[in-house]
Design a binder for this molecule. Structure first.
Ligand SMILES: Nc1ncnc2c1ncn2[C@@H]1O[C@H](COP(=O)(O)OP(=O)(O)OP(=O)(O)O)[C@@H](O)[C@H]1O
Length: 248
């Protein structure tokens, strides 16, 4: 479970401060998929970076399975699997070597890593390119490698930044099924997206974020009720106040 309380983050820019995240709070539960939905520049990536301890918030706190992300950063990292916005796979290594390297960093032995890679490769459809160097990989192949790498240690909590960016329809469907499987196994899954159809199709709980603030938070039914709209798409537009950047 990931509990986020009153996060704030400001960046200095030449033109003045950018208040990227202003008091974001929500809870992502085990056995649920929580979607962070918002237009470009809403503060999703910055929020996620604070969740996975890459960035320190100016204010507020993050707890992962009850552990404080700032005080117990190492223990928290062990409990997280992260697909960052910059996928950053090592291009001289094969996909398998990339994943193995991360498994070793998590203290896994090679036999366990090999079994786990077989499992992930099957689920994500990676068999064809698993033993190729990642240099020249398509975006989808790189993303799959980065997802497998994030999950090699079977983390309790999974954070994915725009996981379907650049993926084709079939791969997106496969990834959806995969996230549903993680949910069924009781994992806590958070992913960000600016595509409302995607969030609507998959999420148990949706946190709508715009201009660094949470505009609404609830199940799809609750959001429909809150906005007074029957259609989820209309509810999103109403709650965010703009259609900009919210489309496939
Ligand atoms: N390192 C940084 N320095 C300066 N400004 C930043 C930095 N990182 C983010 N920002 C600004 O903070 C705001 C929120 O950015 P963020 O990347 O969190 O949004 P996002 O919701 O993930 O958007 P997108 O869907 O476009 O990826 C934006 O205005 C962005 O320009």
């Amino acid at each position: 479970m990931i509990e986020v309380h009153d996060l704030h983050k400001t960046f200095k820019a030449k033109s003045g401060p950018v208040h990227a995240v202003r008091g974001v709070g929500f809870t992502a539960r085990d056995g649920e998929i929580t979607g962070l939905l918002g237009p470009n520049g809403a503060g999703k990536t910055t929020t996620l970076r604070m969740l996975y301890t890459l960035m320190t918030p100016e204010r507020g706190s993050v707890r992962v399975d009850g552990l404080d992300a700032q005080r117990d950063a190492t223990a928290v990292r062990r409990r997280l699997g992260v697909l960052p916005d910059a996928r950053g796979v090592y291009k001289r290594l094969t996909a398998r070597e990339n994943i193995t390297y991360f498994g070793r960093l998590y203290g896994m032995d090679d036999a366990t890593i090999a079994v786990r890679i077989d499992e992930l490769a099957r689920t994500l459809g990676m068999e064809d390119f698993l033993d190729r160097r990642t240099e020249g990989f398509s975006q989808g192949q790189r993303t799959k490698t980065a997802i497998a790498r994030a999950l090699v240690h079977s983390p309790r909590n999974v954070i994915l930044d725009e996981p379907t960016n650049g993926l084709d329809v079939m791969t997106t469907r496969g990834l959806r099924a995969f996230l549903q499987e993680l949910r069924a196994q009781g994992h806590c899954v958070i992913f960000s997206s600016h595509i409302m159809q995607e969030v609507a199709a998959l999420c148990d709980r949706i946190v709508i974020i715009a201009q660094g603030e949470v505009r609404a938070n609830g199940t799809p039914d609750e959001l429909r009720a809150q906005s007074g709209e029957d259609n989820l798409e209309d509810a999103f537009v109403q709650l965010i106040g703009t259609e900009e950047g919210l489309s496939a």
